[in-house]
Design a protein around this ligand. Structure first.
Ligand code: TRP
Ligand code: SF4
Length: 369
């Protein structure tokens, strides 16, 4: 049970934590891949959502001029999408320095190979060849993420498939921490210790006679059902491909951009029939349009009853109706920067309270207190 602000008791809800790197204004792929789900989770779980600005530094350490602005834009997208500071805790990672402290403590006992074999390590280094990612911080990226997570002892971590390996590492780190610092000696070990018999102590300990108390519970992945969103060129929507539609895209720009989007390449003339199943425009219809509209598109496309321009117009209508209320909230927040600051300040203070508690236990367990 937990006490509400108004003093009443409610059963505590399972806890959820997730974070996002501040990459600037979010595009529709970012939105559908995470935020859209977070907004729904906040009503069912005790949610912690944060902007991972330390993580941004692992790849963008050389140029931090835009960082502050990027954090602000992501915060605006969080709030305008419907994350509600009354329902969940929204904060900035570096405003809770306990993330860095727990990361340091974890780094003492985490074997290097655990980090070297995380698939994103080599993948990202290859993808971002223009950057020198041969750094200590970049290797530590997933361990910092483990600290982010274990600091709040969540039951679930909602992430996409690409982050599952990081949550797996988190579980291993928790297990190792618990094994080192939270094991209670069994009576056999106690007896052996009293008798000062090293050999017996070792035998007793080796026979796995320790009971892990598990002060850092292992969190579970809550796999985000993320439809893959194609960008304007048909490849995965991504800032680095410059093929995105922003959540905050003005309607006129959105319509103009969609007009340039690639379609079924075999449908050249208006009189050619098309195949929606290989058309990226239709992939977006599947995410944003109603079932009826999708049927209408399929029918029209496969009989040359509609043209691609009309089809894209319908898609624009559907996307606009999804994001119009978000953009309206964004405008209101943009007009009141003090409100955004206050929300982040408040959320970070709440997060710090939790984080301080966890670190107290952690420090005690390690023997630092
Ligand atoms: N690495 C995550 C991503 O790129 C962001 C992140 C940082 C995160 N810390 C986290 C996600 C903790 C979940 C939990 O998407
Ligand atoms: Fe794609 Fe629509 Fe054109 Fe068919 S009508 S090819 S689904 S854009």
């Amino acid at each position: 049970m937990t006490e509400n602000t108004n003093g009443t008791l409610t059963p505590s809800r399972p806890r959820v934590l997730s974070g996002m790197r501040p990459t600037g204004r979010l595009h529709l792929g970012n939105y559908m891949g995470a935020l859209y789900n977070w907004v729904r989770l906040q009503h069912e779980y005790d949610c912690y959502f944060f902007i991972a600005d330390y993580h941004a530094l692992t790849t963008n350490y050389a140029n931090t001029a835009g960082l502050k602005e990027d954090i602000r834009e992501v915060a605006l997208d969080f709030l305008s999408s419907g994350l509600d500071p009354e329902q969940c805790t929204i904060f900035i990672q570096s405003h809770v320095p306990q993330h860095a402290e727990l990361f340091t403590l974890f780094s003492m006992f985490t074997p290097l190979p655990w980090l070297e074999r995380v698939p994103t390590y080599k993948d990202q280094q290859e993808q971002l060849r223009e950057k020198d990612l041969n750094t200590y911080g970049f290797l530590g990226y997933p361990l910092l993420q483990s600290a982010d997570i274990l600091l709040y002892q969540p039951d679930f971590v909602p992430v996409g498939q690409d982050q599952v390996a990081h949550v797996e590492l988190t579980r291993e780190v928790a297990r190792r921490f618990n094994a080192f610092y939270c094991s209670q000696p069994t009576p056999a070990i106690e007896r052996a210790r009293k008798d000062h018999s090293d050999k017996e102590i070792i035998t007793a300990e080796l026979s796995a006679n320790t009971v892990a108390l598990g002060i850092l519970p292992e969190p579970k992945v809550l796999l985000t059902p993320s439809p893959k969103l194609p960008g304007l060129d048909g490849r995965k929507m991504s800032k680095s491909y410059d093929n995105t539609i922003m959540l905050s895209e003005p309607e006129a720009d959105l319509r103009a951009k969609l007009k340039t989007m690639v379609t079924d390449p075999a449908r050249i003339r208006r009189t050619d029939v098309g195949n929606p199943d290989i058309c990226p425009v239709f992939d977006l219809h599947k995410v944003f349009s109603t079932e009826e509209k999708q049927l209408e598109v399929r029918e029209g496309c496969t009989t040359a009853g509609i043209g691609c321009i009309q089809c894209k117009g319908w898609l624009a209508d559907a996307i606009v109706s999804e994001i119009a209320p978000i953009q309206e909230r964004r405008r209101a927040l943009e007009a009141d920067p003090g409100q955004v600051d206050a929300i982040l300040w408040d959320g970070s203070a709440r997060a710090r309270q939790r984080a301080i508690q966890t670190l107290q236990h952690v420090r005690q367990a390690i023997g630092l207190e």
